[in-house]
Design a protein around this ligand. Structure first.
Ligand SMILES: *Cc1c(COP(=O)(O)O)cnc(C)c1O
Length: 410
């Protein structure tokens, strides 16, 4: 168990816990630094923030102020990006199964990425009704997988051959395809695999340029992972860029007017957030020590899911199921208390269900009511995935630590 000395912001966390029994704390300076690092290394490649991983308004402001555009997964996220000041050509709405209302309302405000052939037709209809020609992108299900073999059936996107055929035939009067988007995998930590994927993306872009002429943008999607298990390492972003530079530079030289995008949600946010929960009860049952914590399953769901997966499978063999389950040992539970880890305890939440359990028989210093436990990797797919309405408990607060040291509440 990490010693308290390694916990950042521990004084601040302690003082915030006087007001809040459970809360997220997002570190704005770190979000900004991680974003800046990607931008510096990859320039002139541009970045889109995948809002769905954490739509905290201050995180949006931080990233948009740095020049990130928006990867919107719903009409709601399109509207959020508009509200936070982005213009149409900075908002890319890519999601399967858009409704006609999604299309009608998002068309004037964002760049629509069609997810199926049928959707292209529905966008054409909406564009006709609005008296415009919609410049859209196509989400492609490519004839290659992330790791290099052939393509797979997918609920996402349009199969590459069908998309090329559509562009060639161009049957729609009010739709013009000006960009392509692919996203096939999240949470890849192997820089070699990522670089090879970018190379295949550039080849794919060239196949589209051959039939539709120069593109406005090529969106290579996400993929860059973050460490979860103790054995995971950060992707070496410089080395990744160096490995992918040749095809990217050659493409830019041939098509200087085409913007190249990479999307990311977790890279900027996952490790920029912690979840803090308070011990609200302590009991011993048949010799086992239970610490009951405020809002675990219903405040930060994923640690409970990890325990559940471990009950059904060999955790070492369990498949990642992003973004609900990444791997065994994905979260660390750090007590905000000095002392040797002398006790084996079970960490459970204060819901009326036995599944509200985040750790069994882990060693901690002796913790009592009022003591705090900090959980890491809580900046992405954390608050948004948690069933906070369950049992009508009060929700954890979401707090944002600004670069100037002030703490902003939603
Ligand atoms: C969720 C999502 C992302 C973000 O993935 P991360 O692994 O969080 O970077 C990017 N693109 C699309 C299309 C997504 O659905």
């Amino acid at each position: 168990m990490p010693k308290e000395a390694r916990m950042e912001h521990s004084e601040l966390i302690r003082s915030l816990s006087e007001r809040y029994d459970s809360f997220y704390l997002y570190d704005g300076a770190r979000v900004s630094a991680r974003a800046a690092h990607l931008q510096q290394v990859f320039a002139p490649v541009e970045f889109l923030y995948s809002i769905k991983c954490n739509p905290n308004p201050h995180i949006l402001d931080t990233l948009f102020a740095r020049g990130f555009g928006a990867d919107a997964a719903s009409l709601g996220e399109v509207l959020m990006a508009v509200e936070h000041g982005l213009k149409k050509d900075q908002i890319y709405f890519s999601a399967p199964g858009k409704t006609q209302r999604d299309i009608d309302e998002a068309l004037p405000k964002s760049v629509l990425i069609a997810d199926s052939l049928g959707e292209v037709g529905r966008i054409d209809k909406a564009a006709k009704a609005q008296g415009v020609c919609a410049e859209i992108g196509l989400r492609i299900n490519p004839n290659f997988s992330f790791s290099g073999e052939g393509g797979h059936p997918s609920k996402f996107g349009i199969d590459e051959d069908d998309a090329l055929a559509l562009v060639r035939a161009n049957p729609y009067e009010n739709v013009k395809v000006t960009g392509i988007h692919v996203h096939v995998k999240s949470q890849e930590l192997d820089g070699g695999v990522l670089a090879a994927y970018y190379g295949r993306m550039i080849d794919l872009a060239r196949r589209f340029v051959d039939v539709c002429g120069e593109l406005s943008y090529v969106n290579m999607g996400s993929g860059i992972g973050v460490p979860f298990a103790d054995s995971d390492r950060e992707v070496d972003v410089e080395a990744l860029h160096a490995a992918a530079k040749a095809p990217l530079d050659a493409f830019r030289a041939d098509f200087p007017g085409t913007r190249v995008f990479i999307e990311t949600g977790r890279y900027t946010t996952c490790r920029s957030g912690v979840y803090v929960t308070k011990v609200v009860d302590r009991k011993v049952s048949h010799g086992k020590i239970y610490l009951l914590l405020k809002n675990t399953l219903n405040g930060f769901l994923r640690p409970s899911v990890a325990v559940m997966v471990g009950k059904y499978t060999d955790p070492a063999a369990a498949k990642s199921w992003e973004p609900l389950f990444t791997c065994d040992g994905a979260f660390r539970f750090t007590p905000l208390k000095e002392g040797e880890a002398t006790e084996a305890v079970t960490l459970a939440g204060n819901l009326c269900t036995g599944t509200d359990l985040i750790a069994e028989d882990i060693h901690m210093p002796q913790l009592n009511v009022g003591d705090l436990i900090v959980i890491d990797n809580a900046g992405s797919y954390a608050s948004v995935l948690s069933p906070m309405q369950f049992a009508s408990q009060d929700k954890p607060a979401e707090l944002f630590l600004s670069a100037d040291g002030s703490v902003l509440v939603d």
